[in-house]
Design a protein around this ligand. Structure first.
Ligand code: AMP
Length: 190
């Protein structure tokens, strides 16, 4: 079971690139944001617990994510691995993921890190806000999500780099150029 992880700030293009990469590798794309949004729409217990955190742009409590991710990784279609998008989001989640993967006899093959300037991020999120009308793309919430990324998620870059797993990809150019860069980083690490 081979796990790939995508890291990057909100608006870096993670979701788009993770979908293509999963398609290339024939693996499911597992986005915790998508799983949580679906839980919200369906009004499940997870959705009800997650709502206020998501609306504010804060992280949903780790234990909620743990069950969600474990459930997804133990589904039949993930038996060969998956591309994780949006998980882990902090060091505690990274440790939980390692433990879960040990139990499942799986491992992380590589961690794609998309880096993009703040100016580009703000512009991309403004575009997405008008296209998709995501509640958590409102200006104040976006600022909080950026802050949460810097404080809680960015330390994962150092964490995975020190383990020799980080694959840096410049997320500034257009989607196609970034896609090509992701493909070559994945090919080099496979
Ligand atoms: P995303 O679509 O990945 O940007 O996630 C949207 C929102 O879902 C985030 O702002 C968080 O509120 C929540 N979320 C997604 N993934 C996680 C995670 N791994 N840990 C905690 N909250 C998460």
């Amino acid at each position: 079971m081979n796990i790939w992880v995508f890291l990057g700030p909100p608006g870096a293009g993670k979701g788009t690139q993770a979908v293509t990469m999963a398609g290339d590798l024939g693996m499911p794309h597992v986005s915790t944001g998508d799983l949580l949004r679906r839980a919200l729409r369906e009004g499940t217990e997870v959705g009800i617990r997650a709502k206020s955190f998501m609306d504010a742009g804060d992280l949903v409590p780790d234990e909620v994510l743990l069950d969600l991710v474990r459930g997804r990784l133990t589904s039949d279609d993930a038996a060969g691995g998956c591309v994780l998008d949006g998980y882990p989001r902090n060091l505690a989640q990274a440790e939980s993921l390692d433990e879960m993967l040990r139990e499942l006899g799986a491992g992380i093959v590589g961690v794609l890190n998309l880096s993009v300037s703040e100016e580009t991020l703000v512009g991309r999120i403004a575009g997405r806000r008008s296209d998709e009308s995501r509640v958590d793309d409102a200006a104040e919430t976006v600022r909080n999500r950026m802050r949460v990324y810097e404080e809680q998620t960015a330390p994962l870059v150092v964490h995975y780099r020190s383990r020799g797993l980080l694959l840096d990809v410049d997320g500034e150019p257009g989607v196609e150029e970034v896609r090509a860069a992701v493909r070559s980083a994945v090919a080099a690490a496979s």
